[in-house]
Write a protein that binds this ligand. Structure first.
Ligand SMILES: N[C@@H](CCC(=O)N[C@@H](CS)C(=O)NCC(=O)O)C(=O)O
Length: 267
């Protein structure tokens, strides 16, 4: 089984948390969307949306995060016996879908300083153009990605671009806060795939230095956040890259790559 993913990608984190929680082995391929690795023809040919994560088991390829997680659950059922491991209940799936409805893209982008955002955006556009020249048979799909990049840049110029996403996030967190008043985890007393969907959202808020505003102000979520950070799956998938000073190392590595490639004009 192959997983194409990256530590930066919130949906990739979800799938990796699920794999770790279920104890499933897989071959990991890092595809950094910020350095435009997702535009490499070898990956792009399999997945012209260029989005990660992508999960491949033989000829079976899955592109949707929730579908991948449910597939991982089924593999766990088959490989580890049916005694303890259950597939997600309806309640869990409802939470998963509700959390998935909140899209982190514009909310994240508005919290990144303009100068870095524009620099990376220009870099990615140049990567797309370079890859298009190398693989003209994929020109149509590369054009779509280029258009998408320009549309994103245009949308970012609108003053209240992330306000709807922010309101959506507040509603979601308020619902979660109320739920965590009743139960230790999102869908009951046990850790489930609903928690796997939520943890990367909280990690993203921390990464953007928004912990106090969104997590600290909600005592049940704050307590839950402390609890879930103790899990080995969290440490392996997120903590290893983003806890404390590590986040600066992770970000600097990517930023250094983008800067260097831009300076030497190698895309
Ligand atoms: N349909 C996908 C969406 C995944 C997605 O939005 N991935 C983002 C990162 S979390 C991505 O790959 N962005 C890079 C791009 O759009 O070029 C899913 O639900 O898994």
């Amino acid at each position: 089984m192959q997983l194409y993913h990256h530590p930066y990608s919130l949906n990739s984190q979800r799938v990796r948390l699920a794999l770790e929680e279920k104890g499933i082995d897989y071959t990991s391929h890092h595809v950094n969307p910020i350095t435009g690795k997702n535009m490499d023809a070898s990956f792009f040919r399999m997945n012209p949306s260029a989005k990660i994560p992508v999960f491949q088991n033989g000829s079976h390829i899955i592109f949707d995060t929730i579908e991948i997680i449910q597939y991982v659950e089924r593999i766990a059922l088959v490989s580890l016996g049916t005694d303890n491991i259950m597939c997600s209940s309806r309640e869990v799936i409802e939470w998963m879908q509700k959390i998935q409805e909140w899209k982190p893209k514009f909310f994240t982008l508005v919290h990144i300083p303009d100068k870095y955002r524009q620099y990376v955006s220009k870099f990615i556009r140049r990567v797309i153009i370079a890859r298009m020249a190398e693989s003209p048979d994929l020109a149509g799909a590369y054009h779509s990605k280029l258009r998408e990049a320009y549309e994103t840049d245009d949308k970012m110029k609108k003053p209240d671009i992330a306000s709807q996403d922010k309101e959506h996030l507040i509603r979601l967190l308020d619902d979660i806060e109320a739920q965590l008043n009743e139960t230790a985890f999102l869908a009951g007393e046990e850790f489930t795939m609903a928690d796997v969907m939520l943890i990367p959202v909280l990690a993203r808020l921390v990464l953007l230095n928004l912990e106090e505003e969104y997590i600290g102000s909600r005592p049940n979520i704050a307590e839950y956040w402390t609890l879930v950070q103790q899990r080995p799956s969290y440490k392996k998938v997120i903590g290893k890259y983003f806890n404390g000073w590590k986040k600066y190392m992770t970000l600097m590595k990517t930023w250094g790559f983008v800067r260097l490639r831009t300076l030497v004009k190698r895309f």
